[in-house]
Design a protein around this ligand. Structure first.
Ligand SMILES: [Zn+2]
Length: 253
């Protein structure tokens, strides 16, 4: 496929050879957001369109707000890797992947320019409306692949997206005192924390042991929902924020 018609009216086309059939899914129901994590956006675009990379995404949003579509939405792009959400592991088959040009953690977490986020919001709105993707399924790569992935990072303005009607979010509870749980702890409160994370969608075993995986999932949660402190420690602000997120889900409200 050398070219195709864009699914989003605002997109330029740069066709990537890296895609396949969606497996067992007719319509994508997850919108997965990434940062490119490379020093140059043009380099990232070339890589996503290079057959040797074996990676791709449906869209790339440049710093200046230009949107490039690389894979048709009907096709399965290769961006999620080994991932899980609500027990589903073939996240590529059920998602639309959006790469956001940003140098990321290796580049010192540069801010996302305003015009880039404006363009991203319009793209997300279009995808979500056309496919009926629920707000709580607009996710970070780090949500579906904790520990392994940290993008789009704790600088990503989820609150701004939510204010524009994209994604599920609550204002994080303030950081303060109170009980907290961390790696090495065990018992019923740890089990309760793991149950809440699992109910929200995170891939976590409910073992009652605050293991390395639990710490990584808590950090992933914080990177998205309590961005001011990402340490993998379940303090009262983290637990309260998670609880309020869960109770504000349509299926629990
Ligand atoms: Zn990613």
């Amino acid at each position: 496929m050398t070219s195709f018609t864009s699914d989003y009216a605002g997109a330029e086309i740069c066709a990537s050879p890296n895609h396949g059939d969606r497996v067992g899914v007719e319509h994508p129901d997850i919108l997965l957001l990434h940062y490119t994590g490379m020093p140059s956006a043009e380099g990232a675009q070339a890589w996503l369109c290079n057959v040797e990379s074996e990676v791709s995404s449906h869209y790339l949003v440049h710093e200046d707000g230009r949107v490039v579509q690389m894979v048709p939405e009907a096709r399965r792009a290769w961006h999620a890797g080994k991932s899980v959400w609500h027990g589903e592991t073939d996240i590529n088959s059920r998602s639309i992947g959006i790469e956001i040009a940003n140098a990321g953690h290796p580049g010192g977490l540069p801010e996302f320019p305003e015009r880039q986020i404006d363009a991203l919001i319009e793209l997300c709105r279009d995808c979500v409306e056309r496919h009926g993707i629920p707000p709580e399924r607009v996710l970070a790569h780090s949500d579906v692949a904790p520990i392994r992935k940290v993008d789009p990072g704790e600088n990503f303005p989820w609150g701004r997206l939510a204010a524009a009607g994209i994604g599920h979010w609550v204002e994080p509870s303030p950081i303060g005192g109170g009980r907290f749980f961390q790696r090495g702890d065990a018992g019923q409160p740890v089990e309760a924390l793991q149950s809440m994370l699992s109910l929200y969608g995170y891939g976590i075993e409910i073992s009652g042991e605050y293991c390395v995986r639990t710490e990584g999932v808590v950090a992933a949660f914080q990177r998205h929902f309590r961005q001011s402190k990402v340490d993998g420690v379940a303090d009262s602000s983290t637990i309260e924020t998670l609880h309020r997120l869960l109770t504000s889900l349509p299926r629990f409200a």
